[in-house]
Design a protein around this ligand. Structure first.
Ligand SMILES: Cc1cc2nc3c(=O)[nH]c(=O)nc-3n(C[C@H](O)[C@H](O)[C@H](O)COP(=O)(O)OP(=O)(O)OC[C@H]3O[C@@H](n4cnc5c(N)ncnc54)[C@H](O)[C@@H]3O)c2cc1C
Length: 430
């Protein structure tokens, strides 16, 4: 190989750029290879970044970074076909610095983090798709893209949810559709004042919705809506196996979702700016590949790191956390000049000690819990039926709450036993 570096990182998403930033800061020769024309160009716009972990890498990053709004209002919405029941949490605690979470547009945000890595000394090489990892005597020694080859002591795979490279290396098997979800997202432009009035926001405050039920037409998964400065990120995440089973097409499901009486007024008058689809790893620990081999580490979505517990979709903070842990493992290996699994294996320990694997453990039962079809079909109908009974006055005597609850359970074909079982499982999994 003509050129050799300390570290080659494949993929300049948040995991790759976080690792590149930390390693370059420590003076290592780092190459960050990205297949898109710039970091973020291949990413679906939008998401909520729980950014405290980035704060550790770049203190007060939000003062410079292109963040959109800090999230002060979290809403969980149970949607039936023609109603919605919302749990609306708004707290001044989230107005305090350092902020808890921001909405971000990935096209801008990933580009910025890539630039920070470059400024720290990493060499960003955009427009190159890595075809394979070069392995000699069981050890990763470089990458190949077309006719070109590059060598390094360590390769970090940060190539996202599809990570064909991890599969080529045998670190994981073929994907099981039950472990994957399809994310479809639209970016809808609206004037700043309209967003602030419509969502009751002041200044740079923002709102994040998680929507369950009719949003996905009963398919396991959920909807989301995040406010940006002058746009709204809105979309669905739907389990791939159920989409295949039901034959539902994501484009049709999202059309119905956007036309729902609770959603349509929120996006009225908006202009479609972007549309895209992307895979989301949702299998939790069950789909996690081997995280390291001689000369190589796997981070971010490529390592299956994501949490979807119905309250939040998280992957960006786990990506950054794993990028930092990988960089620390490489620094340890560099000190010892040993890039075998004996030293690089410290990555597994660092991950296990950090919030990344701890949260994956905590929510290990969430993927199974989230497969419960009652969450998407029965509970939203039950809540809509109960709330209608409470608020509808038809000139006949009202019942007490308990008989109304019992009648709504009956209308929704929900037994008390199922309710108790789901409650117990939910408490244990979430
Ligand atoms: C619809 C949707 C909504 C989401 N919402 C949220 C949210 O609100 N909050 C949250 O925290 N997470 C969210 N996520 C998850 C989050 O986007 C991911 O967890 C996160 O992007 C993972 O970062 P990463 O750096 O590991 O991978 P990615 O961001 O996917 O980056 C991988 C990079 O590698 C590049 N690449 C891939 N293959 C190659 C190759 N062979 N050669 C060179 N470059 C390559 C890609 O172009 C890309 O830039 C959402 C995901 C989706 C799909």
């Amino acid at each position: 190989m003509e050129e050799k570096f300390d570290v080659i990182i494949v993929g300049a998403g948040l995991a790759g750029s976080a690792a590149a930033y930390k390693l370059a800061k420590e003076g290592l020769e780092v190459v960050l290879v990205e297949r898109g024309p710039y970091p973020g160009s291949k990413n679906l716009s939008g998401g909520v970044l729980y950014g405290r972990v980035l704060e550790k890498l770049i203190p007060e990053y939000w003062k410079e970074a292109p963040v959109e709004r800090y999230i002060t209002n979290q809403i969980i919405s149970f949607m039936s076909e023609n109603a919605s029941f919302n749990i609306d949490f708004r707290s001044q605690v989230f107005n305090e610095q350092p902020y808890n979470a921001f909405s971000v547009l990935r096209g801008k945000f990933d580009r910025w983090l890539g630039e920070q890595a470059e400024q720290a000394g990493a060499m960003l090489v955009p427009g190159i798709k890595v075809d394979r990892v070069i392995v000699e005597n069981g050890r990763a020694v470089g990458i190949a893209a077309g006719d070109e080859e590059m060598g390094a002591d360590v390769i970090i795979l940060a190539d996202g949810a599809n990570s064909f490279l991890a599969q080529q290396l045998g670190l994981r098997g073929r994907f099981n559709p039950a472990h994957l979800a399809v994310g479809v997202k639209e970016l809808i432009g609206l004037p700043r004042e309209t967003i602030e009035e419509r969502f009751r926001l002041s200044g740079n405050e923002g709102v994040a919705y998680g929507l369950v039920g009719f949003a996905t037409r009963g398919v396991a998964g959920g909807g989301f809506l995040y406010t940006n400065q002058e746009s709204i990120s809105i979309g669905l995440v739907m389990h791939l196996d159920e989409l295949i089973e039901t034959g539902l097409r994501p484009a049709e499901v999202i059309e119905d979702f956007l036309a729902h009486p609770s959603i349509a007024p929120l996006i009225r008058g908006g202009k479609l700016l972007e549309y895209g689809a992307h895979l989301v790893p949702e299998g939790g620990l069950a789909m996690m590949p081997r995280l390291y081999m001689d000369g190589l580490l796997v981070v971010g979505d490529a390592a299956g790191l994501s949490v979807n517990n119905g309250f939040v979709v998280r992957g960006m903070d786990l990506a950054i956390g794993s990028g930092i842990a990988a960089a620390e493992a490489v620094l340890e290996a560099k000190k010892k000049n040993d890039f075998s699994v004996q030293t690089l294996g410290v990555y597994q320990r660092l991950m296990a000690e950090s919030f990344v694997l701890k949260d994956m453990q905590t929510y290990a039962g969430a993927p199974d819990f989230m497969k419960n079809e009652r969450l998407y079909k029965v509970y939203p109908e039950f809540l809509a039926s109960l709330m209608t009974a409470i608020y509808q006055h038809e000139g006949v005597p009202k019942q007490h709450l308990l008989p109304m609850v019992m009648q709504s359970l009956k209308n929704s074909h929900l037994s008390l036993l199922a309710l108790a079982q789901d409650g117990l499982k939910g408490v244990r999994s979430l």
